[in-house]
Structure formats: C-alpha cells, structure tokens
Design a protein. Structure first.
Length: 331
C-alpha cells in the first residue's frame, strides 16, 4: 500500500515564549505560550508512505538527501507517529522551505507541523486538529502552534492529550507585521532542544514560569482589544525574561550580539516617537520587530538606515496549515 500527501505550514513567532519543559521527552512545556503564524514563510512537505514495507525512512531537505542528526530527529518523530497512530511502514519525506535555511530564521516549527499533517494524510488516518497539534509537539514544541490558524495559544497541559494548541483569533483579526532584522545568518550555536533542558539551571526560571500565566492573560487581552501599547510592553518583557534565564543558565546561553542590542534600543526610541513597533527575540541574534502594518515600511526603512549590515525581510502575519492529500491509499 502506498499513500502520498503534501502539507504546508508557516513558522510562528511567540509573543509569550515557551522555554523549558516539565517533560523533555513529551515536550510538555513549563508554561503556556501564544504566537502568530508568519505568512509568506512556508515549509512544504510531501510524505510518501509505504505500508508494511520495512522501516527505513529517508529525508530530502531542499532536494538534498539528509543523514546524521537531521535524519535521526525526523526518524524519531516518525517512530512516535507510527506508534501513536498504530501504523507500520516507511516514509519517504521531501521537505522544502521557501526561505533560505541560512537566514537564521527557525524552521523546526513549520517543519514538524508540515511533516505531521502530511504523514497523517498519507497513512489515511483521520486526525482532528487538536490531536495533530499534540502530535506535532512531539517533534518540536513550537510546531504545535503552527498547526492552527492565525493567532494561537498552546496550553501547557499536564498530559500529552492536554498539551494542545488552538486558534484564538483568525489571521485577519489584527493587521500585524513581523519585520525580521537579520543580524546573523549563522545557525544557532546551541539549538532550542539543547537549551530547554538547561532552563531549570537558572535561578530565574522558576520566577519566569510562575509569572508566565499573568503575562499570557495580558498578552491575549492586548491582542483581543488590539491595544498595541499594552502588547509591546508585555511582549518585550516576556522576551527579556526568557533571555535572562538563558544568560543565567549553566552553561550560559548568550544569543544577543552588539547589533541586536542596538536595534532593541533604537526600537524603544522609535516607539517613544510614536511608531507602533516592539521587539522580541527567539534562540538567536535576529530581532523580530512586531509592528502594525501601517508602520511596517517606516520600520523597514529605519532598520536599513540604522545599520548597513542588517538585511530585513518583512512577513505579514496570518495563515495556517493546508493539507492536500495527493493520492488516496492504493494497493
Ligand atoms: C525560543 O520549539 O524550537 O523559539 O521543542 O526543542 O524543537 P524544540 O524547541 P522549539 O523552542 C522554541 C523556543 C523559542 C520560543 C518559542 O518559540 O516559544
């Protein structure tokens, strides 16, 4: 039996961050988080499933056959999917990003969201959206947030089934834009999967986690009322808290570079001048400048002037995962 399906997913940007797990193998997060899907940035993944035909999976990324850790991580996820969906067989996976992998823009969220959706469709098992988010989470925590549409909340949950993501507002709820200042094109020296387990070595993680539910409420409230000033305050505070944990973990994780700080400082000034823009950073040096679409062009221009080394790409926020089954299961 052969089944084939294609799925697409966007990366997402967390406004209240996920950092640290209560259970590393199940990726049950230390705290709930909220994010927005990034339209324009897209991972497209096709899964060809050969039922009952061995277990040697293969992975092609942007046309190149993968081995080593990239393949091993995907095989671990396919094993989890096979086990939870009670299917046997091997998968041939082709995945492509429409954004260059060398930009430093994280792709594990869109990668594992698209892989999970495509796999479920290829093996022909009907899996509802909530369950798909829990399955995607096993591959990469933030992938859970790339399954639902638009503005998304990922509930921390105490069990695999309870740790799911859901849409809290449609993509067109608020016309926000993420202008990404590309400070470094380097792959992260220390990736998130290695970073999460170290979070608890920081004395600040307990305080960050304890206060995260209040930030989540503030953030969702600001999103629902489209209150940019309130959103900016909580988004920057949450990002800084996560980086404070990173910097004080053992071993410490420092992602900020001198241009990162310069842009963060400049954006605070621009906001004081009246531009509706704020910053947030993931596990890397690039600065996500979240702004209202009316101010996005001005933010782009100012970033270009502010630093010659900064290349900027803009992504209007919205979108979801679309699944296109290509072939029905055949003998
Ligand atoms: C800093 O989801 O990339 O971007 O589960 O190990 O794949 P893994 O980690 P990942 O962690 C994302 C961390 C973050 C914050 C966030 O997106 O919430």
């Amino acid at each position: 039996m052969i089944g084939r399906a294609r799925a697409q997913a966007h990366p997402n940007l967390a406004l209240v961050k996920y950092w640290g797990n209560r259970d590393d193998s199940l990726r049950l997060p230390a705290n709930a988080s909220v994010s927005i899907n990034l339209d324009g940035l897209l991972t497209t993944t096709e899964v060809e499933w050969h039922g009952e035909d061995g277990t040697t999976d293969s992975l092609h990324l942007n046309g190149a056959l993968q081995s080593g850790e990239a393949l091993a991580r995907v095989v671990r996820h396919l094993n989890a999917l096979r086990e939870r969906l009670h299917v046997r067989g091997r998968a041939v996976v082709h995945s492509e990003n429409n954004f260059p992998t060398g930009t430093g823009i994280a792709s594990s969220a869109s990668a594992f969201a698209a892989l999970t959706s495509a796999f479920c469709a290829a093996v022909g098992v009907a899996v509802d959206e909530r369950t798909q988010t829990t399955l995607a989470r096993l591959g990469s925590g933030s992938a859970a947030r790339s399954i639902p549409s638009g503005f998304v909340e990922w509930h921390a949950g105490d069990t695999h089934e309870e740790s799911f993501a859901e849409s809290i507002a449609a993509p067109d709820h608020w016309d926000l834009v993420d202008v990404i200042a590309i400070v470094s094109t380097q792959h992260k020296a220390v990736g998130s999967s290695v970073g999460h387990p170290s979070a608890q070595t920081s004395p600040f993680q307990a305080a960050r986690v304890q206060t995260a539910p209040a930030r989540l409420v503030e953030c969702i409230g600001a999103l629902m009322t489209r209150d940019f000033a309130a959103l900016a305050e909580v988004v920057e505070r949450d990002s800084t808290l996560m980086h404070a944990v990173m910097m004080t973990s053992r071993p410490p994780l420092f992602y900020w570079l001198p241009p990162t700080l310069a842009i963060m400082a400049a954006v605070r000034e621009w906001r004081a001048d009246g531009l509706r823009v704020c910053t947030t950073l993931d596990a890397g040096a690039n600065v996500h400048c979240v702004c209202v679409s009316a101010d996005a062009e001005e933010v782009r221009n100012r970033l270009a002037v502010q630093s010659g080394v900064v290349a900027v790409r803009s992504a209007p926020i919205g979108g979801a995962t679309h699944v296109q089954p290509l072939t029905t299961i055949s003998d």
